[in-house]
Design a protein around this ligand. Sequence first.
Ligand code: PHE
Length: 349
Amino acid sequence: MKEELHAILKQAEEDLKRAQTFFDLNNLKSRFVGKKSVINQFMKRLGSLSPEERPAFGKQINDVKTKIESIIKATEERINSKLYEQSVKAASFDYTMPARPSEIGSLHPISIIQHQIEDVMISMGFQVAEGFDVEDEFHNFDALNTPKDHPARNLADTFFIEKDVLLRTQTSTVQIRVMENYKPPLKIISPGRCYRNDKFDQTHSPVFHQLEALVVDENISFKDLKETLNHFAVRMFGTSCKTRFRPHFFPFTEPSAEMDVSCFNCGGKGCSTCKNSGWIEIAGAGMVDPNVFDAIGIDSEKYTGFAFGCGIDRITMQKFCIPDIRFLFENDLRFLRQFNNFSDYNINR
Ligand code: PHE
């Protein structure tokens, strides 16, 4: 019996040495010291021995059991530390490594210039009003005194979504929306997207950006319009910038004008940017036509007003020397990354 016990201990030692996982270990545990284990079989045999033999034999069984249990404990620790090592290896990384740089987005050049124009206008007391990209004929044409047979209403010029629903061709729609909802005195600007059925080429895009301005009050004159636009031009393009007003026609302003600024590429001498004229057109403007006031229910005897609309894309192209409007819409990252260093706060302040 002694030999048998010794053989069991030897076997347990060998098997436990080979155990690599807790699964192996649990199997061996129940095989050697569990309820149905060989050791337990020996315990059962104790009953058949004489009372004199029992204590010595019982002690031998217990000794072997204690030894096996201590080997089991050591094996458990060995497996545990091996698993820990493996998990550390799998998860190990260098905490001192610098993080991979993440790309931070920047403002689109159009947004940079739009914010700058807004700042200049807000500093003159204008409030920002929002309009809709999708409009009806009333706000885009009728209320703006545009005759039914005006060529702009043509499908070739305007994107119609369905009858009487269109993509606005100008931010002047917001003049009407504001006058419908608020009483004079009014002093608002409204930047936003406009849409025209134009080809996408170097100087045209079917989507473009305008910023509208509208002032309505008693005694507003053309002088106020000129002074506002002149101040706007100096703030946007610097004190050396000259302006000129050319007579023009818009259905909703009378008199109407277009404003040019001296070309900041050549300073007015003439270059390819200004097509050798020395001037660049940046805004349409005029005194609000009394017909517009009448259609919207504002007393045209008491109130006068001026409005202008400037092209944000064109001003952006001028300020950043961008030779082709398509750069502004194609979202090529190589182009856009060049504006990473421009925040709202570091140009022309
Ligand atoms: N809406 C005109 C255009 O798109 C510009 C304009 C605005 C003219 C306000 C006069 C007054 O060309």
